[in-house]
Structure formats: structure tokens, C-alpha cells
Design a protein around this ligand. Structure first.
Ligand SMILES: *Cc1c(COP(=O)(O)O)cnc(C)c1O
Length: 392
């Protein structure tokens, strides 16, 4: 038999992260001592009180059955309360909140709800790969919005061509940003709301890192801006906030029609989140504030150690205000982000993600995830000093 995949599946770029994983596995098999700064996955465990709640809820037979598609009402209430307390944004828990099996799941499905063949979607470049790839899987056309250092890694909304804007159904945004660690402020979001209204574009703001912020900086919600709820939704996740990446729980909230459309797609695909995880998620949202603070202290310290270390090598890097990523211009002598990442791995046994993996405008950069302890980060800097000093 001749098995052929769909043209759209074939057209998806090979997942660069899978290639990096293979190189990493090979190096480990060779017995090399790898420092992995490649993955955006917290190394710190989920707070104990959340795990305790899961134990308890997992023992209760009523949690063993199919969950409600739209999530437990208690979870939607907890999300709305958390939003009110954190952002002073009012959400109707029945109509404006929808739990997701991790925010990636909702991000990947929302194009299915809104795109017809050939419709455009504005995606940040560099950006989290699912924005672009889920657009392709839904027969849409991704249109890159370059994020450049000169623009603070915000897309140039005024520079988007009206011809493209007229064909656009969705716009993905993500602040605090992965991979650049840039943040956005109110005037930017206000501009986005105006643009979205003018061209009838649904804004999908991914706020996965809204709680990972340092030195007193508190990222705002897109939904805080007046008119935002008319034009868009915001994706949130417990993954980075509470070190729960493996648990698969997040949500989307905001525009009622957009939430309902995504719910309709999902009702044909999945059957909700394991209820015991929802119960644990409620506990996290209600009682997790101090755990978040503790987490952020750890990241802030790591970032300080790592960026100070790079500066001592003569490598100019900015200290991020949010996210656990350090987004650094590759040294002058490196030819490309991929080549530099390979040098890092081959010579120093350090894994970092080449910017090109996030889109063509990511070229010239490398992303370091602060997801190892500060002793290992110091060790990483020491290795660069010994094995890569000719690069700087
Ligand atoms: C980690 C991450 C998410 C969260 O994904 P989950 O599916 O909720 O685990 C979403 N967006 C970005 C940009 C991320 O880096």
C-alpha cells in the first residue's frame, strides 16, 4: 500500500525541536554531561498542595467519568475570580471562560473555528510554532508579523498592508513573549484593538507567561484594554504559572462568540480535562499566589547569574522583565543561529534553541531557557568561557 499524508501535513516545516532533541539524545548516549537550556519546561516541581489535591480528587469515583466539555462550573468560577483579582477584568464564567487541555490545545483548534480555505492569519515571527502550524492545518495562510529589536519585539501594526489585513480572520499575539521575552504595554494593546475593529480581525492573545515576571513588574492582560473583549480572547495556562506543564490544563477567555465557536470545535474532538486535574487546578488558582512568588524569585536569581556571566564574557544581553528566557544576539563571529547552537552543543555540551526555529526573523538570535539551577547556569557560562571564547 502507498501511504501518503495530506499536502498540508507535508508542508509543515520539520519540527526543529525534534532535530535538536535527537542531537541532545545522541550526546547523552555518548555519555556527555549536557546542560539543557533548550526546553521551555520548568524544572521546579508542581507545588505540593496542588499534588495533594490531585491525590484526594483522584480517589473520588465521581471524578473518574467523562468530564463536562465546558469544564466544571467551579473551575470556570475560580478562573473568573482569579481574573477579577489579578487584572480587575470581569468575566462571565458561563459564557466567557472555557477550560482547555493546556492552552496549546485551544491555540491549535481556534483556527478551525474561524478559517475558510485561504483565509489569512497574522502570526508573530519569531513565535511559538503552533500559531503558524495550526493555521496551515486549518487550510489558512500564515502571514508573518516580524518582531524586531528596533520595535521592542512588538509587531508594527501600522505597517501591516491593508490588502493582507482585509483577508485576515485571526491575529496571534503573545506577551510576555516567547522567545524574545519582550513585554507589551497598554498603548500597544490599544492600537491592536483599533486595528482589529477596523478590519474585523479576532485577536488571540497568548498570555502563558503573565505570571512569570520579576522585579515588581506585573504584566497586564489584553482584556484590560477597553474594547478588547469585543475583538478578542486571551489564552492562559497553569503550565508555566504553577509548573504544571505535564498536567494539561489552561483556558481561553474573553469574547463570548469566539469562546462559543472554540467550544463547538472542541465538543467534536475531545471530552474535557480529567476532573481530578480540574479540582487541583482550582486549588492552584485559589491558593497559589505565594508559590508563584517563590518561583519568580528563583528565576530572577538564575537570570541574574546567567546574564551577569554572559556580560563578563563580553556578550551583551538584556535582562528580561518576564518569562524565563534569555534571548541573545549570537556573537559576531557566528554565521547563523543554527551553526552557533551546534557549536554550543559540540564544544561545550550546552543545548540552546537557535532563533531560526521560531521563524526567519528569529535568525541571528539564540534562546536560553533558565530551567536548570543556578549552579548549572554558572557552569554553562564557565564552559563558554573555556570553549567558545574565540566566538566573542
Ligand atoms: C509554554 C507555552 C504555552 C503553554 O502551553 P500549554 O499547552 O498550556 O502547556 C503557550 N504559549 C506559549 C508561547 C508557551 O511558551
Amino acid at each position: 500500500m502507498n501511504i501518503t499524508v495530506s499536502k498540508k501535513l507535508e508542508s509543515l516545516p520539520p519540527y526543529l525541536f525534534a532535530q535538536i532533541d535527537a542531537a541532545k539524545r545522541k550526546a547523552r548516549l555518548e555519555g556527555r554531561n549536557i546542560i539543557d537550556l533548550g526546553v521551555g519546561d520548568p524544572d521546579i516541581p508542581t507545588p505540593a498542595f496542588i499534588i495533594e489535591k490531585l491525590y484526594e480528587a483522584a480517589r473520588d469515583p465521581k471524578n473518574h467519568r467523562y468530564a463536562l466539555d465546558q469544564g466544571m462550573p467551579e473551575l470556570r468560577d475560580a478562573i473568573a475570580e482569579w481574573y477579577k483579582k489579578r487584572f480587575n477584568v470581569d468575566l462571565n464564567p458561563d459564557r466567557e471562560v472555557l477550560p482547555l487541555i493546556g492552552s496549546k490545545e485551544g491555540i491549535a483548534h481556534i483556527p478551525v473555528a474561524f478559517l475558510d480555505r485561504g483565509d489569512s492569519v497574522l502570526v508573530p515571527d519569531p513565535g511559538y510554532p503552533p500559531y503558524r502550524n495550526a493555521t496551515i492545518l486549518a487550510d489558512g495562510k500564515p502571514q508573518a508579523m516580524p518582531l524586531k529589536n528596533s520595535g521592542g519585539f512588538l509587531p508594527d501594526i501600522d505597517g501591516i498592508s491593508p490588502k493582507i489585513a482585509e483577508k485576515t480572520k485571526l491575529m496571534f499575539l503573545n506577551y510576555p513573549n516567547n522567545p524574545t521575552s519582550a513585554t507589551a504595554d497598554r498603548p500597544f494593546y490599544e492600537k491592536v484593538v483599533g486595528f482589529a475593529k477596523q478590519y474585523n480581525i479576532i485577536v488571540c492573545h497568548d498570555a502563558a507567561y503573565s505570571e512569570v515576571a520579576f522585579d515588581g513588574y506585573r504584566p497586564m492582560s489584553f482584556l484590560e484594554v477597553s474594547g478588547a473583549k469585543e475583538v478578542g480572547v486571551e489564552f492562559h495556562s497553569l503550565s508555566k504559572t504553577f509548573n504544571m506543564t505535564g498536567w494539561r490544563i489552561g483556558w481561553v477567555c474573553g469574547n463570548e462568540q469566539a469562546v462559543a465557536a472554540l467550544a463547538k470545535v472542541k465538543s467534536n474532538i475531545d471530552s474535557g480535562i480529567f476532573q481530578a486535574i480540574q479540582v487541583a487546578g482550582i486549588a492552584a488558582l485559589k491558593d497559589g499566589a505565594s508559590a508563584v512568588e517563590d518561583n519568580n524569585k528563583v528565576y530572577a536569581e538564575r537570570i541574574q547569574v546567567f546574564t551577569d556571566g554572559l556580560k563578563n564574557l563580553g556578550w551583551k544581553v538584556d535582562k528580561p522583565k518576564a518569562t524565563f528566557y534569555v534571548w541573545a544576539k549570537i556573537p559576531k563571529k557566528a554565521k547563523s543561529s543554527l551553526e552557533f547552537s551546534q557549536i554550543l552543543l559540540e564544544r561545550a555540551n550546552i543545548v540552546a534553541t537557535p532563533g531560526i526555529g521560531f521563524g526567519k526573523y528569529g535568525e541571528g538570535y539564540v534562546r536560553f531557557a533558565m530551567t536548570v539551577n543556578k549552579e548549572m547556569l554558572k557552569e554553562a557560562v564557565d564552559r563558554m568561557k573555556v570553549y567558545l571564547i574565540d566566538q566573542f
